[in-house]
Design a protein around this ligand. Sequence first.
Ligand code: AMP
Length: 568
Amino acid sequence: MNEFRNYPLNEWILKAIDDLGYQTPTPVQQQTIPLLLEQDTDVIALAQTGTGKTAAFGIPMLQKIDIKSRITQALIIAPTRELCLQISNDIKDLSKHQRDNINVVAVYGGANIETQIKQIKQGCQIIAATPGRLVDLIDRKVVKLAEIRILVLDEADEMLNMGFKEDIDYIIEQTSQQKQTWLFSATMPNEVARIAKNYMYNAVEISVGNKNAAASNIQHIFYTINQNKHRYLALKRIIDYSPDVFGIIFCRTKIDTQRVADMLIKDGYSADALHGDLSQAQRDFVMKRFRNKSIQLLIATDVAARGIDVDNITHVINYDLPDDLEVYTHRSGRTARAGKSGISVAIVTSSEARKIKDLEKFAKTKFHRSLIPTGIQVCEKQLLHLVDKIKETAVDEENIKDFLPLVLERLESLSKEELIKKLVWEEFSRFYTYYQNAPDINNMKDVDVSSHRQSVRLFLNLGEMDGFNWQSLKDYVSDVTSIPNAFIKNMDVKKSFSFFEVSPGDLDKAMRMNDGHFNNRAVKLQKAETVKKEGGSGGGGGRKSSGFGKRRSSSDQKPRSRNRSRSY
Ligand code: AMP
């Protein structure tokens, strides 16, 4: 049974929740929904974006409003037009089985105010508004705050960051004392605390995670570059090492944002810029392309990226770290939404590295230092990605069958091996040519190289027979153990078992795999030394060397000891 059915909600809301596919309330929903259904109370909820906070206030709001009345009873204030639209759409989805009776209007700057006034005057129970436009509508006496019973301040910290302090004070001061205020904020800076203190009464505090804390399903990684001029090269390596990246790259200024985007586009990446010097129409166009994944990389300023809510973002890359620590939490919160995991990356020079320490304290999270992949590592990753892609390509037999005899005739003289080599090289040579002599750009001064080189080799009783290849097994191990993917090394998948390496510090986390099951089989993980013999009897089927290992140029990376598996 859908767990939302445990709450005393109208059937039409429950039906909409079913349609949306929500089965289990998220942690913030578990704390807010029953509370707000039962009590008329003020609430301060510390919740990141992506935690399901819109439904956390939207569901009790819909249950509480009087749908027979067309008077505006609930008002949501949010920092950006994007977010207002998102909220109003989410609430419309939740009220879809009452479409004729419930009206939700989004109002925000930059759009025709007359149209918005008309919509409000037609009667709407719920308004989602940006502060500036709302003040305008209040001054024109279109929105009457005296009737509001529920006021939601969404992303309160962002609104205050963006300079809406006076507008928010003005709005709240005009609302009636009878209303309930529900404040949602990812962080709790003094300004938000001041709003809570001045305007809220006996508010119940709800927190999913720590104050200011970064979400826990995000892996925080930083790379230290030698010199500032290597920043762009490092960015490219990081991107190239993650062929399926779908991410946002944050820069500090509009000029940097455009410059980095231009360079990436020139270098053949699927990228575009988002910043305040673009017109609203241009920004909408870029966002549309990013949202439908026509572009892989969005290079953005903090202001332009506010309120961006795109699912499945794999990476947030801090091209520069922000001055304000809170901004980092907002940036990284763009990934790992709706229970997914994500990676937040920072590129720093050694003089900026102390900021990482400050961030660790502030966001109460651990950053892992990672080494910028060498050119050869990037090549290997890309090559294997290409091979996997070829392997997984679904061929449209029907459409290719007429051409196939011709193609086969032309390729007849080639052996399978020659054919594979040519096919792969055709695609891959561009990468190899670019990267073969690429220098190491890591700053190694403060790295304890010996500790990086030390690793523990582990044996795992899962392999190809369980449907894994090296990449998917790495992902699986990372998911189960919370060890960042980048720290699971030398994954070597055999038929029925595998080997991989982790740093000694991650050993305890890795051992968590022993508590689990895969396809009804108990998962067994142990140090490889203790299973030398066992491993020796297996063999075959593992990932073959790409042949690039010998040409590895950098000596400071831990060499991948591909042959080592043979000794087992
Ligand atoms: P939000 O934090 O409101 O922006 O929500 C983030 C994402 O989580 C949205 O795509 C929602 O549709 C989704 N979501 C919200 N609540 C649930 C739930 N209980 N189960 C599954 N997905 C949800």
